[in-house]
Design a protein around this ligand. Structure first.
Ligand SMILES: Nc1ncnc2c1ncn2[C@@H]1O[C@H](COP(=O)(O)OP(=O)(O)OP(=O)(O)O)[C@@H](O)[C@H]1O
Length: 264
């Protein structure tokens, strides 16, 4: 599974090099290169069809690249070739993905949702018979604080607002202490207040976690990007990469977004 350590001394958690993917003759991803540093919060933007979802699908093993490499750099210095791992193994290696729509156990409490998502209690059935340890309870309390749902720990998840469900699901992924967290359009369908709180949550995770966030809402992108890097994807490749202001004023980026109603 793992080869000799290649990246020791660097602070990268993920490297993507020379990746290509064609669907029925259509080039969805084209010579894509991308590097994520440990603890980084990276935002990816790009017009519809730019290849953002396909890129995430390749990191998680849902879609395989035709050529190129996707490498997870483990803290112990070992490199894992993600193109050779089954999807479930990539999840177990600590690459977690939050899809756009919330997916929580609506009949269970907030606390139980977090309990069910602990790595030890894998699967709903075995979790029902799982007695949590003191460490588990501490971990859940910590996650509840992070996602600011401590007060709602005994509430049924189905009764939460859309934003609260999204935060709970992020918390469920955090319970698994992921190496890389992929978050797909977290602000979609949220009120302005919820969007802002989501931004604060993601910012609070940076440093402790490595995150890639795909987003269309530029106010939100500006909030979370701060001094961090924004990557602009276009036609399956990196059009430009830099701080939010640099990206926003880049003529190539403006051109790509013009007339699409989502001006950067
Ligand atoms: N399984 C597939 N079969 C054929 N074409 C596909 C497939 N998956 C993606 N594509 C095409 O690849 C291109 C990139 O799609 P992708 O969904 O990755 O873009 P995106 O940037 O996520 O777009 P959006 O912002 O609309 O979600 C699109 O033209 C899409 O139609």
């Amino acid at each position: 599974m793992s080869q000799a350590p290649l990246h020791r001394g660097t602070d990268l958690v993920l490297s993507v090099e020379g990746v290509n993917k064609t669907f029925d003759g259509f080039k969805a991803i084209s010579d894509l290169n991308f590097y994520l540093a440990e603890g980084e919060l990276r935002t990816i933007i790009g017009p519809n069809g730019a290849g953002k979802s396909t890129f995430m699908d390749m990191i998680t093993g849902r879609t395989r690249p035709d050529t190129g490499s996707l490498t997870l750099h483990k803290p112990d210095g070992h490199d894992i070739d993600l193109t050779k791992q089954a999807e479930y193994k990539i999840t177990r290696l600590g690459i977690a993905r939050k899809f756009q729509t919330p997916s929580v156990y609506t009949q269970h409490t907030v606390y139980d949702n977090l309990l069910l998502s602990l790595p030890r209690a894998r699967g709903l059935f075995s979790s029902l018979f799982y007695r949590e340890s003191k460490e588990d309870r501490e971990r859940i309390d910590e996650v509840l604080e992070t996602i600011r749902l401590t007060e709602l720990r005994h509430s049924i998840a189905g009764a939460l607002s859309h934003g609260q469900k999204q935060w709970l699901e992020i918390g469920m992924l955090l319970s698994q202490q992921p190496a890389v967290l992929l978050v797909d359009e977290p602000a979609a369908g949220m009120s302005d207040d919820e969007t802002h709180r989501t931004g604060e949550l993601l910012i609070s995770l940076a440093g402790k976690h490595s995150l890639i966030v795909i987003e269309h809402d530029m106010t939100f992108v500006k909030q979370i990007a701060r001094d961090g890097k924004v990557t602009v994807l276009h036609q399956g490749t990196v059009l430009c990469e830099g701080k939010f202001d640099e990206v926003q004023s880049n003529p190539k980026v403006r051109e790509v977004y013009l007339g699409r109603g989502k001006a950067a």
